[in-house]
Design a protein around this ligand. Structure first.
Ligand SMILES: NC(=O)c1ccc[n+]([C@@H]2O[C@H](COP(=O)([O-])OP(=O)(O)OC[C@H]3O[C@@H](n4cnc5c(N)ncnc54)[C@H](O)[C@@H]3O)[C@@H](O)[C@H]2O)c1
Length: 250
């Protein structure tokens, strides 16, 4: 049983998820990290323990309901509680316009980004409702607020994350559980590197999408996730916080 707050991050092995897991650890939380990449999880668990808090690494594919349930059972067996969850695991899928994008891609993206997140949120809401408190932050995207050419399934998936977050926020508000989402702009991670192919010209075009004329960092997103989960945001639920250098304000 843990006396510190316990925070779960899915898709924690790299990028935004990794930065969020480290930020929770620096805030004094014990951290559960889940991802399909076991090797990277092992290294991150070690880094988190070096900070002086407990880390539990659980290899999990969020699109597999049995693995999702096993993850949440392990959390309760190890820590006996779950205070915060950041449902961050996601993929961008293939880059092709709507008319040419495949249904296989649609199914893959929706299975991980929406169905997987939904299954995680269901398990978390059951635990947090019993506790009478908890906070969930889902990783949406500006792609859930505005359209992006070449990423139809990804945009649809992030639009769904926005609506799942708002619905759960309204349903669980009186039960002490808050649900918010963050909507990052282009953040310099391996996902963006796959899309821009690290081509300096393409990276410049991505930077120019933001009034700040740069891409964001994983740490800047992690800071927003922490704000939305910690008690400092106790009267905030159902919000979609854009972390986008002003992109959707244009
Ligand atoms: N990078 C951006 O510009 C950006 C912008 C907006 C939103 N996002 C969202 O932020 C989240 C993290 O993105 P990132 O840029 O850090 O990407 P990333 O590719 O660097 O990291 C994603 C992590 O998710 C893990 N993952 C993938 N499929 C999984 C599955 N089925 N089960 C469990 N883990 C799985 C990967 O192994 C990886 O560790 C995603 O949901 C993404 O859609 C990213």
């Amino acid at each position: 049983m843990s006396t510190s707050p316990v925070a779960l991050v899915t898709g924690a092995a790299t990028g935004i998820g990794k930065a969020t897991a480290l930020a929770y650890a620096h805030a004094g939380c014990d951290v559960v990290i889940a991802d399909i990449n076991s090797e990277r999880l092992k290294q991150l668990a070690h880094d988190i323990q070096e900070i002086g808090v407990d880390a539990l690494a659980v290899t999990t594919d969020v699109s597999d309901i049995e693995q999702v349930n096993a993850l949440h059972e392990k959390i309760m067996a190890h820590f006996g509680r779950l205070d915060y969850a950041c449902n961050n695991a996601g993929i961008e899928g293939e880059n092709a316009p709507t008319g040419e994008s495949t249904l296989e891609n649609y199914d893959r993206v929706m299975n991980i980004n929406v169905r997987g997140l939904y299954a995680c949120m269901q398990a978390q809401l059951k635990i947090m409702e019993k506790q009478g408190k908890g906070a969930i932050v889902n990783m949406a995207s500006v792609a859930g607020l505005i359209g992006f050419p070449g990423l139809p399934a990804y945009c649809a998936s992030k639009g769904a994350v926005v609506q799942l977050s708002k619905t759960a926020a309204v349903e669980y508000a009186e039960k002490g559980v808050r649900v918010n989402a963050v909507c990052p702009g282009a953040i310099k991670t391996e996902m963006i590197d796959r899309i821009t192919r690290q081509d300096p010209e393409t990276e410049k075009q991505f930077a120019a999408l933001h009034p700040m004329n740069r891409m964001g960092t994983s740490e800047e997103v992690a800071n927003a996730v922490l704000f939305l989960t910690l008690p400092s945001s106790s009267f905030i639920t159902g919000q979609m916080l854009a972390v986008d250098g002003g992109m959707v304000a244009r």
